[in-house]
Design a protein around this ligand. Structure first.
Ligand SMILES: [Zn+2]
Length: 170
């Protein structure tokens, strides 16, 4: 780390790498075990690699959306290695945080407004976080209330479905 003058502590970088490797590993295993109704086998084989969001999301399709967004393996322009990586509507890099929290394309702002109104009633602290914190909280489902987890799951699902089924890439 000291050779590249990195500002982050090696412990922090290690934890990020571990989370990403863990997610990628689970995603690849999950795609191989798609026909399994749950991840019991995965959990029993690799309990120390298990992320909480996999338990919180019962629906396989929604879980897959979360994993894709968490490991940047999805069709958002910033990750799909096609074109300039920009959002065709906003002309800024189409990252997961842009897509979920700032993009003004199609119905996305409307879906987001509904989500923010509902989540503020249950988790008021959420309204004060910055975009990177919001992304991390939502994609890790880091809420104390079950109701907030449900709202966040359906938010991410609705946004993703709108982006890729209604509002396809040009
Ligand atoms: Zn956009």
């Amino acid at each position: 780390m000291e050779h590249i003058g990195c500002a982050y502590s090696s412990k922090y970088v290690k934890s990020l790498i571990n989370m990403r490797l863990s997610d990628q590993f689970i995603q690849s295993l999950e795609s191989k075990l798609r026909h399994f109704e749950n991840l019991l086998l995965c959990k029993s084989l690799f309990p120390y690699r298990h992320s909480q969001y996999l338990d919180d999301i019962k629906n396989v399709k929604i879980r897959n959306i979360f994993t894709r967004l968490r490991v940047n393996n999805n069709k958002l322009m910033a990750y799909c290695h096609k074109g300039d990586g920009l959002c065709s509507h906003c002309q800024v890099p189409e990252t997961a945080s842009h897509f979920l929290f700032t993009c003004s394309s199609g119905q996305l702002p409307k879906i987001r407004k509904k989500f923010e109104q509902s989540i503020k009633n249950i988790a008021p602290v959420f309204g004060t976080e910055n975009i990177d914190d919001k992304l991390s909280i939502v994609l890790s489902l880091n809420f104390s209330w079950q109701e907030a987890i449900k709202i966040a799951c359906s938010y991410v699902k609705d946004m993703y479905n709108h982006r890729f089924k209604v509002n396809r890439n040009p």
